[in-house]
Design a protein around this ligand. Structure first.
Ligand code: HEC
Length: 133
């Protein structure tokens, strides 16, 4: 009886460990700055969380337009609207209308990097074990 109990606990610990390793990408290569952004450790770990700088800037600035039924003519956008790679493209190419119109200038370069980190980390494919690297 006791053995089974310990076995069950071990199983859950293993699953939790596996999930914490694979749930979100650990790093992001930023093409523009040529840097590797470490998202699972240190200050960026915190900043790329929903309540960190990146998550806050996305909600306060980007989501001021990209909500459902907005009057700005912007499509509804949320973290999982794109894959990690898709979000990187958005920030590297800056082809979005709002980026070209200068709307993104409301955020500093550093803040935009953090929004990119945030969206990359929580993108639609971020729970995919095979894609987490
Ligand atoms: C002042 C309103 C406004 C703000 C703020 C804004 N956008 Fe936009 N955005 C638009 C409009 C309008 C379009 C063009 C219509 C469309 O394609 O959604 C657009 C287009 C886009 C697109 C292309 C559409 C798509 O589905 O791929 C992306 C991506 C995007 N914005 C991302 C962002 C991000 C990231 C931020 C924050 C850094 C942001 N936007 C802030 C208004 C805004």
């Amino acid at each position: 009886m006791q053995r089974t109990y310990i076995g069950v606990i071990c199983f859950f610990v293993l699953v939790a460990a596996a999930l914490s390793v694979y749930a979100t990408p650990a790093t992001r290569h930023d093409v523009k700055t040529g840097t590797c952004r470490v998202l699972n450790d240190g200050p960026l770990e915190w900043e790329s969380r929903p309540w960190g700088e990146g998550g806050k800037a996305f909600k306060q600035v980007c989501k001021s337009c990209h909500t459902r039924d907005n009057i700005e003519g912007a499509t509804f956008l949320w973290e999982e609207s794109k894959t990690s790679r898709g979000w990187n493209m958005v920030f590297t190419k800056m082809r979005a209308k709002c980026a070209r119109d200068g709307v993104w200038a409301r955020l500093s370069d550093d803040q935009l990097l953090m929004v990119n980190d945030y969206l990359y980390r929580w993108a639609s494919d971020s729970m995919d074990i095979n894609d987490s690297a």
